[in-house]
Design a protein around this ligand. Structure first.
Ligand code: FAD
Length: 494
């Protein structure tokens, strides 16, 4: 095990991609399960705070410590097994997502969860229930977690397998490897019917694994996972279309989304069924224009779509997409079609660039992230989008709006240039998350709550539900050592 405590050595662990900053006494870097168990046992005895760190690409300050120690999983980075026959892989938490995806590709397999930032650790993606472009077709990380090994706050080991620990209605029993038993009351709540990464997953007759997926380092340290894989598609069409009118771009997404649902319901393979449906507004295109001077002049929006095809349906599907593009006045002439794997990667990078530039912007102006990660029900998304952009225009605030619009999921990033603009932005932001909640949406669809969105979670679920969620935390971590400040404000843990 490595322990780092000098100021220079620990700096990198005191921040994440949200630019939220923290402090701690030391960084503990275990190389295996026993060391993780020992670190937690000792910390629990001393009632010392432990913040679990993945690769720090999180956007909510989740891995940023507020005192105590950091437990960095970085040395536990083995891919233990890839089983191509039964389509699963077993990994340690610090396997880098993009390396893992490249590796399983060699077996002609796909691991679909793909948060735009591929440098994250698999453990971090499980802890935040990450999702991304392909979520429109494949769902979020949760769907791909078959088994988990978790070290609990007292150092005990919990092994879970999907399908084997199901709650009886709202009563969930857990048994650790040492034989200790927990009887957990799951709060009765209406989770939004959108993509969701806000607070603990709570459902009637739920699987115990789902409580830990998305628990943001507050219930235990994920040390091993078995993940489900799917066959790698024969071919993927990938294309970016530009629109001279924003409404046309939005309608193109909505139409493609609805057509995709219909195709899935019919189980057809010969109709539009998007893999990804991503939108970028005019401000986003201007924000990355210097990196992509080939973006056509005066366009108001762009949509990136992907669809899986094979040799027998490729032609007919391309034809259908062309019809849809023309129907919504997309510019076929200026569209970027990926003709090969390299060009497909370039289109992915184009979409990644906007998210990356926002992160660079925050560091440059030294302001915290003020970006929405909200999803609302499909039928309310148009209303939500215009509410948000009108708010920004009314307040003359710089912003970029983009995101996973196929999932009715908006990343509207406010771009303050200093602390006073940031404070003004927070007031506008409050109006936006209040609207998302009013429309039946979530305050976090994929980044999690971390430390910077705890107020929004309170607004979304109310005090009673949060206290019930906090009870689960207090049962599994009675000394409240893990993930201090994540999901719950301190007052909810008393
Ligand atoms: C440019 C950019 C684009 C992004 N786009 C997306 C996107 O499209 N979709 C999306 O979902 N996210 C996105 N993200 C956010 C980020 O990549 C994800 O949240 C990612 O899942 C975090 O992984 P990490 O290893 O960096 O975790 P960290 O940031 O280190 O930690 C995240 C949280 O997980 C906990 N944690 C980490 N490892 C473990 C473990 N082993 N056991 C228990 N808890 C643990 C931490 O305590 C913390 O609360 C983006 C980030 C950037 C910078």
């Amino acid at each position: 095990m490595i322990i780092k405590s000098s100021t220079d050595e620990i700096q990198n662990y005191l921040v994440d991609a949200s630019n939220f900053r923290g402090y701690c006494d030391a960084i503990y870097i275990p190389s295996g399960t026993m060391e993780v168990m020992n670190i937690l046992k000792e910390a629990n005895n001393k009632k010392q705070k432990v913040t679990v760190a993945g690769n720090g690409t999180g956007l909510t300050g989740g891995r940023v410590p507020q005192g105590g120690i950091v437990l960095s999983t970085e040395k536990m980075k083995n891919i233990i097994e890839i089983n191509s026959e039964h389509k699963f892989a077993v990994v340690e938490p610090a396997v880098i997502l993009k390396d893992f995806q490249d590796k399983v590709r060699e077996y002609n397999l796909l691991y679909p969860p793909d948060p735009t930032e591929g440098n994250c650790f698999i453990g971090g993606t499980i802890a935040t229930n990450a999702s991304g472009e392909k979520t429109f077709k494949y769902g979020s990380t949760r769907v791909y977690v078959n088994k988990l090994e978790i070290v609990l706050a007292d150092g005990d080991l919990l092994k879970l397998e999907r399908g084997r620990s199901i709650s009886e209605e709202y009563k969930l029993n857990l048994k650790t490897e040492s034989g200790k038993e927990y009887r957990i009351e799951i709060p009765v709540i209406d989770m939004p019917l959108t993509k969701n990464a806000a607070g603990y997953y709570c459902k009637k007759n739920m699987d115990a694994i789902d409580l830990f997926v998305g628990s943001e380092g507050t219930l235990g340290v994920i040390i091993k996972a078995e993940l489900k894989l799917v066959p790698y598609p024969e071919k993927i069409i990938s294309c970016i279309i530009f629109f001279n009118n924003e409404k046309d771009g939005l309608n193109f997404v909505f139409d493609a989304r609805d057509k995709s649902y219909r195709t899935r319901n019919k189980k057809s393979t010969a109709n539009i069924d998007a893999l990804a449906l991503e939108f970028l507004d005019e401000n986003s295109l201007n924000f990355i224009k210097e990196d992509y001077p080939q973006i056509p002049a005066n366009v108001k929006a762009a949509v990136w779509f992907e669809q899986e095809v094979n040799s027998s349906n490729e032609e007919i599907l391309l034809e259908q997409w062309m019809q849809l593009i023309n129907l919504h006045n997309g510019d076929e002439e200026s569209a970027w079609f990926a003709a090969n794997e390299k060009e497909k990667k370039n289109l992915e990078e184009f979409r990644y660039k906007i998210a990356l530039k926002v992160t660079d912007y925050l560091a440059q102006y030294n302001v915290n992230k003020l970006g929405t990660d909200m999803a609302v029900p499909n039928e309310r998304f148009n209303e939500f989008y215009y509410f948000c952009t009108e708010e920004m225009k009314k307040n003359k605030f710089n912003y970029v709006a983009y995101g996973h619009f196929g999932n009715s999921h908006l990343h509207l990033n406010l771009l303050p240039r200093n602390e006073s603009e940031y404070e003004k932005g927070k007031i506008i932001y409050k109006g936006i998350y209040t609207k998302a909640i009013e429309l039946g949406g979530t305050v976090s669809a994929e980044h999690g709550i971390g430390k910077i969105k705890t107020d929004y979670l309170l607004e979304m679920y109310g005090e009673k539900v949060l206290r019930e969620m906090a009870k689960i935390k207090k049962q599994l971590d009675p000394n409240l050592i893990l993930g201090y400040g994540n999901i719950f404000k301190e007052s909810f843990l008393k």
